[in-house]
Design a protein around this ligand. Structure first.
Ligand code: ARG
Length: 464
């Protein structure tokens, strides 16, 4: 990247060149060059509109559009020499255009400012990123539905306080993650609507004296609507903050999911096996197989929460309209989008490959008195008030702990010490299958309900 000084785009009122360090300090091209495609898209739409309203001739427009397309090709071929002295992606491209097509290139910026230009570019860029992220969410959700269908009858312990609570089906557990991701998807679709509004035409802050027609650029760029106030249009970044908030929630979900995978793959749980391709070893301990992918996703959630906090802080003290502070919006936003997309991609690849260990899950569910609530419900059905049943079963569990027996392992005589309402039919209730099958309503863990939820999930994905 070259760094010669003096900036022709605004050098007119200056009597000495910008300090070399200041030029580097204030430049953003190192990171905003990533916006080149959307910058060119916005410029082509702007030039087309200027020609349509008679500010540019058709020949001038054609020359600008051709020049911009050539520049795009050069950038994509890695042949573009980005110059730090030209500050940012916008001025680099404009300077190159003038170098290439001559004085007509200098007309591109008519009726426009970098302030509405950059606000437009980020929105166009984020709109595309949201679409890619939505596709990854859907791919991950498809994987969850497949696994849930396969594992509709697999029994595992459900936890509260990380203590065995009640038996659940593994399919049901996986579908909890499906639900969270559905809300993440909804949030991003919603955020996309507000991202998809066009600030172009706001110019520096007050609008422009040229007879622009914003509906033309709006349509060319596929925006849903034009922004209604030029001061707001150039300065606001709430769409980016909203994206980071939605991305933070999605990362928080993935981080919790990661935590379960880390626990479940441990020697202590052994609930699932993660294929080797998602793990790494230790350079000193030969036996190790570490769940690096979920651990990293859990760790990376912090970057996205940081982006959210960073952008909120960036905006909170800014008076209207554009301030240079806003140049600091890009790195956190880019990083949040990249991190979320990569994390989703890793999960979407990994989830269909999870191998549950059925026997171990089942055995864990048999331990820990997971059907204690079922015994209490059984006694309620025999006519006792729930609170009394709770107490009776509490005594039975205490007896079980002292004697090393789970409820289903006790004889009828042993159980009847706690209530004479207990009869032979209690054993059907104390089995794991009896327990999960009994929770047979929408949102319940019964295998039937898991299959019904998978069906609903498929319909949801098909409707997107
Ligand atoms: N690089 C700048 C940014 O990212 C572009 C807008 C600069 N506008 C200005 N008036 N200095 O915000």
């Amino acid at each position: 990247m070259s760094t010669e000084k003096t900036n022709q785009s605004w050098g007119g009122r200056f009597s000495e060149p910008v300090d070399t360090f200041v030029a580097r300090f204030t430049a953003s091209v190192e990171f905003d060059k990533r916006l080149y495609r959307h910058d060119i898209m916005g410029s082509i739409a702007h030039a087309s509109m200027l020609a349509q309203v008679g500010v540019l001739s058709d020949a001038e427009r054609d020359s600008i559009v051709d020049g911009l397309k050539q520049i795009q090709g050069e950038i994509e071929a890695g042949q573009f020499d980005w110059r730090v002295d030209l500050e940012d992606v916008h001025m680099n491209i404009e300077a190159k255009l003038t170098e290439r097509i001559g004085v007509t290139g200098k007309k591109l910026h008519t009726g426009r400012s970098r302030n509405d230009q950059v606000a437009t570019d980020i929105r166009l860029w984020l709109r595309d990123e949201i679409d890619l992220i939505l596709a990854e969410i859907t791919r991950l959700q498809q994987g969850l539905l497949e696994q849930a269908e396969r594992e509709a009858e697999t029994i595992m312990p459900g936890f509260t306080h990380l203590q065995t609570a009640q038996p659940v089906t593994f399919g049901h557990h996986l579908l909890a993650w499906f639900e969270m991701l559905s809300r993440d998807h909804e949030r991003l679709v919603d955020c996309r609507k507000r991202t998809n509004r066009m600030p172009l035409g706001s110019a520096a802050l007050a609008g422009t004296t040229y007879p622009i027609d914003r509906s033309i650029t709006c349509q060319l760029l596929g925006f849903e609507a034009v922004s209604g106030n030029s001061l707001d249009g150039v300065s606001d970044r709430d769409f980016a903050i909203e994206f980071c908030a939605a991305a933070s929630l999605a990362m928080m979900h993935l981080s919790r999911f990661s935590e379960e995978l880390v626990l479940w793959t441990s020697a202590q749980f052994q609930f699932i096996d993660l294929p080797d391709r998602f793990c790494t070893g230790s350079s000193i301990m030969p036996q190790k197989k570490n769940p690096d992918v979920p651990e990293l996703v859990r760790g990376k959630s912090g970057r996205v929460f940081g982006a959210l906090t960073g952008l909120l802080t960036l905006m909170k003290g800014q008076p209207l309209a554009y301030n240079k502070d806003n140049q600091e919006d890009k790195e956190p936003l880019f990083d949040a989008a990249d991190t979320l997309r990569d994390s989703l991609r890793a999960f979407a690849d990994m989830i269909p490959a999870l191998k549950p260990r059925h026997a171990i899950m089942r055995e864990a569910a048999l331990r820990g008195f997971s059907t204690a609530t079922d015994l209490a419900d059984y006694l309620v059905r025999k006519g006792l008030p729930f609170r009394d049943c709770h107490e009776i079963v509490g005594h039975a569990v205490k007896y079980g702990v002292d004697n090393g027996k789970d409820l289903a392992e006790m004889s009828l005589e042993e159980l009847r010490q706690f209530s004479d309402q207990i009869e032979q039919d209690v054993f059907a209730v104390l089995t794991l299958e009896g327990s999960v099958n009994a929770r047979d309503h929408i949102g319940g863990t019964a295998p039937n309900q898991v299959r019904a939820a998978v069906k609903r999930g498929r319909e949801l994905l098909a409707s997107r």
